[in-house]
Write a protein that binds this ligand. Structure first.
Ligand SMILES: [Cu+2]
Length: 253
């Protein structure tokens, strides 16, 4: 009863609904770990109470019993470590598929920017001295680089359901934590580094994006939205953004 209640609480109260492919296995692992820990906790308390109530009895049997428990705990720990490592390796050590969509995530005090490479599938180069949010270039995209001409920058992360996404994470100033609880996804953005993380959103809907590193006084405001839509809706959205971008760029060319 208690275990069942805890499992329900874990999956329905502590965590938001999962919307990603790998999240199913993450949730299953967390549920089994919780069950194992609950059993250990209850057993330890029963053992403690039993030890207080009884006096010294058959010492041999008691020692054998202890070794059995110790061996069982070791086996359980190894099982937990191996399954968790397996899951971690699948998402972090294995690279994304070649068809994965490329999106850049940039953290800046105190907001998130998302950049799509556009039809040429290549990101334009950026330069720190060109960063100027007021002038409409928050990422410092170099206009002299042809690959950046069709780049689309958005404050909302829009992704098509069912397609793998390869995120490249960057930071303009300090360390931020790109955290999407609904996608069971968390990775830091570190100045000077480009970190990759890949996942597949499966369920359409909106999911909060948070910053999981205390990055300054406005840290709690550093939120954005992930909108997972159907592939057709995504294509329409991206085409609209590309057109708007092209029109905005036209006078300066
Ligand atoms: Cu932050």
């Amino acid at each position: 009863m208690l275990l069942e209640a805890l499992c329900i609480a874990q999956s329905h109260l502590w965590l938001p609904p999962n919307g990603s492919l790998h999240g199913v296995a993450v949730d299953r692992l967390m549920r089994w770990n919780l069950i194992a820990i609950c059993i250990c906790c209850l057993a330890a308390h029963f053992w403690l109470i039993a030890a207080m109530l009884r006096h010294k009895r058959d010492q041999t049997r008691s020692t054998a019993f202890r070794w059995t428990i110790l061996a069982a705990l070791c086996a359980m720990y190894i099982w937990m470590a191996v399954t968790a490592q397996h899951l971690w390796a699948a998402s972090r050590y294995a690279g994304p598929s070649l068809e994965a969509m490329q999106v850049e995530v940039v953290g800046e005090q105190f907001q998130w920017y998302f950049r799509y490479p556009g039809p040429d599938a290549a990101f334009g180069s950026t330069r720190p001295n060109l960063v100027d949010a007021a002038a409409g270039n928050p990422l410092g995209i170099d206009s002299r680089d042809a690959r950046g001409q069709d780049d689309v920058v958005s404050s909302v992360l829009v992704l098509p359901a069912g397609r793998q996404v390869d995120l490249r994470l960057r930071s303009i100033d300090v360390i931020h934590g790109f955290f999407v609880p609904g996608m069971r996804l968390k990775e830091n953005t570190v100045p000077g580094l480009v970190l990759h993380v890949h996942f597949t959103p499966t369920t359409t809907g909106t999911y909060p994006i948070l910053c999981s590193q205390v990055c300054g006084l406005g840290h709690e405001r550093m939120q954005a939205v992930l909108s997972v839509v159907s592939p057709a809706e995504f294509d329409t959205w991206l085409a609209t953004r590309s057109n708007a971008h092209a029109h905005a760029e036209a006078p300066t060319r």
